[in-house]
Design a binder for this molecule. Structure first.
Ligand code: ADP
Ligand code: CIR
Length: 360
C-alpha cells in the first residue's frame, strides 16, 4: 500500500470495525474517530504509521487485541491508542496515570512451587516462556532481509555458547523438511506457520529467512528465532514440576543475556512486538484436563478470569481444544514481577484443581 491508500484505510477503520457485530477486539473498543484524527498523520522516526499498527486488527475482525507496534517508538507516538489497550489487557496498568513496570525480578531466592498435581491426574505439561528483542533492531514489519539474516547469525552464535542442560543445536526453518517441521509443531515445540494475525501485521516477510528454533536434546529448553519476537525463550516438560521448569528458564535467560544485549524500557519493561507481551513477557502455562469445570467453555473462561488466568486451546492461541486439554496461563505480564506472573498462574491452577476435585 502507498501512503495515500494507508491513510484512506486508516480513515475507514472505525467504520469497518464497528460494522462487524461479532468483533470484540480491544482495537474495536478503543479506536475512535477522534483518535484516528489525532494520530493518522503521525510517524515514528523509522516511518511507522497508525495504519501499520492497526492493519492486523482491521484485516482480522475476530482479533482479540488487534494491534502491534512496528517499533518501540510506536508505543509512545501512538500512545492514545496503545495505553488504554495495555491498561485493559494487563488488568489495570495505566500508563496515562504514570504507571511504571517494576524492575525485573525472577524471585530466584524465594521460589516455592510444589507440584500442584503430584499424582498426574490433571496436568499434562508445564511451560514458561518469555520474549526478548535485540537492541538496535525494530520489530518484524520494519526489518530488512539482511537484518533477519544478521540477527539469526548473532543469535545462533550466542546460543552455541550455552552449556550444561541448556546446550543444544540451532535448526533453521529454511531447509527443514515439512515432516520435521510439522512434527515439532504437533508436539508443541515449534511456532505454527501462516498465522494470519502476524501475516496481516506484515510480520512474516521473507519467511522462512532468518527464522528457526534452537533446542537441547530433551527439548526442555528451546529458543524461537524471529517469529513474532526476535527471541522467545522457552522451558517446558511433561507434568507439573513448575519449579524445575522455571529455574531452567531463568538460568537460560541469564546465560543468553550475558551474550546478547536486549531492549528494555524503564516504563514498559522488556519490549515486544505485541502490547500483550510487554513488561515481564512471561507466559507460564499448563496443559490441563479439568473435564467438569471446563464442560461449559464460557463458564470456564469466567472462572479462570477470577484468578487472572487466560484459557487457550491445545495448540495455543486461536486454537480449539483437543481431547478436553486446555492451555491455562497467566494473562497479565505488566505491572508485576516475573516471579509474581508465574505465581499468579501457579496459585490460580491450584484453585482450579481444587474446584475440579470437588465438582460433581
Ligand atoms: P506463546 O506461548 O508463544 O504465546 P502459543 O499460544 O501459540 O504461543 O503457544 C505456542 C505453543 O506452545 C503451542 O504449540 C502450544 O500448544 C504450546 N504450549 C503452550 N503451553 C504449553 C504447555 N503447558 N505444555 C505444552 N505445550 C504448551
Ligand atoms: C489477536 O489480536 O488476536 C492477535 N493479534 C494476537 C494478540 C494476542 N497476543 C497475545 O496474547 N500474545
Amino acid at each position: 500500500l502507498n501512503a495515500a491508500d494507508k491513510l484512506k484505510r486508516t480513515e475507514g477503520a472505525v467504520e469497518v470495525l464497528q460494522a462487524d457485530a461479532k468483533g470484540h477486539s480491544l482495537l474495536k473498543k478503543y479506536l475512535t474517530k477522534e483518535i484516528v484524527e489525532k494520530l493518522k498523520n503521525k510517524q515514528t522516526s523509522m516511518g511507522a504509521t497508525l495504519w501499520d499498527c492497526i492493519q492486523s486488527g482491521v484485516a482480522n475482525l475476530d482479533s482479540g487485541v488487534g494491534i502491534y507496534a512496528p517499533d518501540a517508538e510506536s508505543y509512545n507516538v501512538f500512545s492514545d491508542l496503545f495505553y488504554p489497550i495495555i491498561n485493559e489487557y494487563h488488568i489495570g496498568f495505566d500508563l496515562t496515570k504514570g504507571a511504571k513496570h517494576p524492575a525485573p525480578d525472577f524471585g530466584m531466592d524465594k521460589l516455592n512451587f510444589p507440584n500442584p498435581d503430584p499424582e498426574g491426574k490433571y496436568i499434562i505439561s508445564t511451560r514458561v516462556r518469555c520474549g526478548r528483542s535485540l537492541k538496535g533492531y525494530p520489530f518484524n514489519p520494519l526489518l530488512t532481509e539482511p537484518q533477519y539474516l544478521e540477527m539469526e547469525k548473532s543469535v545462533q552464535q550466542a546460543l552455541a555458547g550455552l552449556t550444561g542442560e541448556h546446550a543444544g543445536k540451532y535448526y533453521p526453518l529454511k531447509g527443514m523438511t515439512k515432516d520435521v517441521q510439522n512434527q515439532l509443531i504437533e508436539d508443541h515445540f515449534l511456532f505454527k506457520e501462516g498465522d494470519r494475525f502476524l501475516q496481516a501485521a506484515q510480520a512474516c516477510r521473507f519467511w522462512p529467512d532468518g527464522r528457526g528454533i534452537f533446542h537441547n536434546d530433551n527439548k526442555t529448553f528451546l529458543v524461537w528465532v524471529n517469529e513474532e519476537d526476535h527471541l522467545r525463550i522457552i522451558s517446558m516438560q511433561k507434568g507439573g514440576d513448575l519449579l524445575t521448569i522455571y529455574k531452567r528458564l531463568i538460568q537460560g535467560v541469564q546465560q543468553i543475556e550475558a551474550k546478547l544485549p536486549f531492549s528494555h524500557d524503564e516504563r514498559l519493561g522488556f519490549l515486544t512486538f505485541c502490547p500483550t507481551n510487554l513488561g515481564t513477557t512471561i507466559r507460564a502455562s499448563v496443559h490441563i484436563k479439568l473435564p467438569k469445570i471446563s464442560k461449559n467453555l464460557d463458564e470456564f473462561n469466567k472462572i479462570a478470569a477470577r484468578y487472572n488466568l487466560q484459557v487457550r486451546g491445545t495448540a495455543g492461541e486461536h486454537s480449539e481444544t483437543v481431547g478436553g486439554v486446555y492451555d491455562v496461563s497467566n494473562k497479565r505480564r505488566m505491572g508485576l514481577t516475573e516471579y509474581d506472573a508465574v505465581k499468579e498462574m501457579y496459585d490460580g491452577v491450584v484453585e482450579l484443581i481444587k474446584l475440579e476435585a470437588k465438582s460433581q
